[in-house]
Write a protein that binds this ligand. Structure first.
Ligand SMILES: [Zn+2]
Length: 135
């Protein structure tokens, strides 16, 4: 038998994410229904070393997920705000904070750490309040 993974599979993770965050796209705020389908999106992209953990995943509609491309989460958040979309800043703050805590607990993720720290600083500079992080 292979190694036991601490993470549920992808489909199960998506359901857990929807339970955790609600059934709307983090970026454009549209509720998931009909043609607006939820996809799993990595906050810290995999190419930047982001892990496939619940703490690094949010639900986004396929349009936003595709359009964000390789932009960082805060860069894309700013673009969504320019478009006047009701982007969920608090949700992004919670996920970034939870990911920092998970990395501190589990260790590793050397590539993701500096990227994540920079994103947290950039979000704080925008005046966001993050749970457990001094402003
Ligand atoms: Zn969307």
């Amino acid at each position: 038998m292979g190694e036991v993974s601490a993470q549920p599979d992808r489909a199960a993770r998506l359901l857990l994410i929807l339970e955790r965050d609600g059934s709307t796209c983090i970026w454009c705020g549209r509720p998931f229904a009909g043609q607006v389908r939820p996809t799993t999106e990595h906050v810290v992209p995999r190419v930047k070393g982001g892990p496939s953990w619940l703490e690094n995943e949010v639900a986004a509609c396929g349009r936003c997920n595709g359009e964000r491309g390789h932009r960082s989460p805060v860069e894309w958040l700013e673009e969504c705000q320019r478009r006047g979309w009701p982007v969920d800043v608090d949700r992004l703050g919670r996920v970034l904070t939870a990911l920092s805590a998970a990395i501190a607990r589990l260790g590793g993720q050397r590539r993701a750490r500096p990227y994540l720290d920079a994103q947290v600083r950039r979000l704080l500079r925008r005046g966001a309040t993050l749970p457990g992080v001094p402003a």
